[in-house]
Design a protein around this ligand. Structure first.
Ligand code: FAD
Ligand code: NAP
Ligand code: SF4
Length: 683
């Protein structure tokens, strides 16, 4: 590796003494859902093998419980028997055949277990699970330690190169470290020395069980982000003891799951917590790994080059692109399909007990069944609309060998993503457009921008197939008085605001509180400032502080005043934002609350005039209330745009509808890209 390589630090091998990692990239643990049933292990093997081929330095599996008391939920993944270890061989063999290395994560959920048999330091229920854990006896604690050691030995037997001991995110081990969960008075509770005995004992007994030449990564919570979290001195003391007990690498953990600070969502600034790893680095000699919202090789390189960490953990970015590291090494970083940190197809799926995948890469976790193989019969195919659906379809078709023409009426590719990318906190959406722009070039798609196509042109093109990816049109809520105020510029659509940048007044009523209503409100209260691009501002708004100053890294938030007074409305009599993403909806709600956005549900829209919006409540629709507003923004959902379908079919042209053109209700980019890619894989 020459020092002139742009990612020379990232690609630097890491010598661990008894083994060497080929670079500084650790693929962080992700529960994909494939871990829980052995019948899915062939899929898991293919998934990891693809990432080993993509040259990841060290991969960590999703969590496996060391015993059933440590289960995340009933019958979740565990590694407790020789038989189970044998089944893992197919995974480790597949990874080793590709020259990769893989560690098994040992995850004991403690009181986060969604089971009535969960255990913890004390009988203190977590705020995010319905079951109060059983308090372990001293012998019970011993049993858990033995289970960790046995699980690690089984991992070695299964062919793994190491284990990661999960000591962060608020799971079992964390629960012993803090006084408000660990109220014990025996040898495992009381002073910090006693509270940290559990992890230290676990690591030393795991080391004893696996021998000296086996990787032990310890995931250490460096920032708890909960009230009564660890002090910085305690964190450092623990890290030193963990090193002494035999850990090979210390990985960073950020925030307990019950923390009310976002830690991985797209609105979190890139590499937002690398500075905390940096604080720890000089206290230990083993390599330290930093994590969270690192999705770009240049960011990773900068972290390593500035000495903030020895390794960089990326998890979701390797779902989005299995070849991330290889592309960086080959100086093809512009070809990386970047993780936009949306959580929509990964974490949100996990929380709904669905197999994880990726919004920008539907092949993730589906490597055995979704493949873009070369076509035996090249066709001429037209794709109309270069939004996410059209882009995915066109590039997959062209990659497979078809001759593809892609048309869009707009001056640029991207469709609605050109609005999404303007929302503060959604800057990552630019990356998807950058990726597709490059992919269109690489696959040789004929791109025709500023080209509104009609049925006549398509018929004249004599295509074998036509894909309509023409998207949607905004739904008109037809509120009395709306048209007159629309003409006067007081009623705008979200498109007017985001694309056409029409002027918006100081008092705004947003009609419709779906994803777009929330995004518009976010846009309007922040004006042109995005805390996502300003780490200090983001830390201030969420109350994140130096853990050396504030226990657990939490302080009082300092929130900049909103740029406007915004009222967000919906007809449904339920709390606003209830249907947003499982793992991100609470963040959107919290952000708007910070900016004093008033959220009103259960309304009837009665009329609009120059004073604002009149609404009533309930079935009787009595006594209209005026919501004073200078501007009213309509975010009332969408209808499919498929005006070309009828004339084309009438002329005998083979037409396929994808994305919003197919079904507009509950359309998101995940569905659009998945549907488009799957169709394009079969034509
Ligand atoms: P579109 O993106 O609507 O693209 C259709 C394209 O077809 C357009 O470019 C249009 O110009 C072109 N077209 C139409 N007719 C013709 C014609 N006759 N000739 C030529 N071109 C034509 N989704 C998520 O999953 N996550 C999010 O966080 C998210 N945030 C969003 C935020 C905002 C503000 C908005 C507006 C949308 C957001 N979405 C999000 C929704 C997501 O962008 C859409 O689901 C997705 O863009 C739909 O893709 P599509 O390809 O079906 O259609
Ligand atoms: P949406 O989620 O369907 O929301 C539409 C809103 O309009 C609802 O609040 C609905 O609430 C209201 N509405 C519907 N018909 C109406 C009518 N006739 N009159 C008045 N109000 C009406 O659609 P969207 O907000 O336009 O978003 C489009 C898609 O983009 C969504 O499916 C979403 O998944 C995706 N998106 C996702 C994100 C994300 O962060 N994941 C962000 C933005 C967009 P009531 O019926 O209760 O009034
Ligand atoms: Fe990243 Fe979204 Fe894909 Fe998850 S679904 S890996 S967050 S792009």
């Amino acid at each position: 590796m020459t020092s002139r390589h742009p990612y020379s630090q990232l690609l630097q091998p890491l010598d661990l003494g008894f083994t060497t990692l080929r670079n500084r990239v650790l693929m962080g643990s992700m529960h994909t859902g494939l871990e829980d049933r052995q019948k899915n292990f062939p899929r898991l093997a293919a998934y990891f093998a693809e990432r080993a081929r993509g040259e990841v330095g060290l991969m960590v599996t999703g969590g496996f419980a060391p015993n059933i008391e440590g289960w995340l939920f009933p019958f979740a993944s565990k590694l407790t028997t020789h038989g189970e270890a044998r089944a893992h061989r197919q995974i480790t063999d597949a990874v080793h055949a590709e020259g990769g290395k893989i560690a098994l994560q040992i995850l004991h959920a403690g009181r986060y277990g969604y089971t009535p048999i969960s255990v913890s330091a004390s009988r203190a229920k977590s705020p995010i699970t319905p079951f109060a854990p059983r308090e372990l006896s001293s012998r019970g604690v011993e049993r858990q330690i033995r289970a960790f050691a046995r699980c690690a030995a089984l991992a070695r037997e299964a062919g793994y190169d190491g284990v990661e001991v999960m000591g962060s995110e608020g799971y079992f081990i964390n629960q012993f470290l803090v006084e408000h969960v660990n109220k014990r008075t025996d040898a495992w509770g009381g002073s910090f020395e006693k509270r940290m005995r559990l992890p230290v004992e676990i690591v030393s007994r795991v080391r004893e069980a696996v021998g000296p030449d086996f990787i032990i990564v310890y995931r250490l919570s460096i920032l708890d982000l909960i009230p009564n979290g660890q002090t910085w001195d305690e964190t450092v003391q623990l890290a030193i003891a963990i090193e002494k007990a035999g850990a090979t690498i210390i990985n960073s953990g950020i925030g307990w799951h019950e923390a009310r600070i976002p830690t991985i969502a797209t609105s979190v600034p890139r590499a937002a917590f690398a500075w905390v790893t940096h604080k720890l680095k000089d206290h230990v000699r083993v390599p330290v790994c930093t994590t969270n919202r690192i999705n770009d090789p240049a960011v990773a390189e900068q972290i390593l080059a500035s000495g903030q960490a020895d390794m960089v953990s990326m998890a979701r970015p390797l779902l989005a692109d299995a070849d991330f590291v290889k592309k960086a090494r080959e100086q093809r970083a512009d070809e990386i399909n970047t993780c936009i940190a949306c959580n929509q197809a990964c974490l949100d799926h996990t929380f709904k007990a669905k197999t994880a995948s990726c919004l920008v890469n539907p092949r993730a976790c589906h490597e055995t069944e979704l493949n873009y193989t070369p076509t035996a019969k090249a066709k001429r195919i037209a794709v109309v609309g270069a939004g996410p659906a059209g882009l995915a379809a066109a590039t997959v078709l062209a990659e497979r060998g078809h001759a593809v023409d892609l048309f869009d009426a707009a001056a640029d590719i991207g469709g609605q993503f050109n609005m999404a990318k303007r929302i503060p906190g959604k800057e990552e959406f630019h990356e998807t457009l950058r990726y597709f722009r490059r992919k269109l070039e690489l696959t040789g798609v004929g791109l025709h921008l500023n080209t509104y196509v009609d049925a006549t042109r398509l018929k004249a093109g004599d295509y074998d197939e036509v894909l309509l990816a023409t998207g949607v049109i905004p739904r008109d809520p037809k509120i009395p008085g709306q048209n007159a105020q629309q003409k006067a510029g007081r009623v705008l659509s979200y498109i007017d605001v985001l694309l056409h940048k029409k002027p918006v007044g100081q008092r705004v009523a947003v009609i419709g509180a779906g994803g777009i209503g929330f995004d518009i409100a976010e846009y309007l209260v922040n004006e042109d400032h995005s805390p996502t691009l300003d780490l200090d501002a983001w830390n201030r708004e969420w109350g994140v502080d130096d853990p050396q100053r504030s226990r657990g890294g939490l302080t009082r938030p300092e929130i900049a005043p909103p740029a406007r007074k915004v009222t967000l409305l919906q007809r449904k009599a339920e709390s606003l934002g209830k249907r947003l993403g499982k793992t991100t909806g609470w963040i959107h709600r919290a952000q708007l609350k910070m900016k004093q956005v008033e959220m009103i549900g259960g309304v009837n829209y009665e009329s609009i005039d120059e004073r604002g919006l009149f609404v009533t409540f309930g079935e009787k629709r009595e006594k209209p209330t005026l919501i004073e507003a200078d501007t009213i923004v309509l975010c009332t959902g969408q209808e499919p745009l498929r005006e070309l379908q009828g004339p084309l079919e009438a002329a005998g042209v083979k037409v396929h509808l994808i994305g919003g053109a197919d079904v507009a209700a509950e359309l998101d980019a995940k569905r659009a890209i998945n549907q488009a890619s799957r169709l394009a894989a079969t034509l």
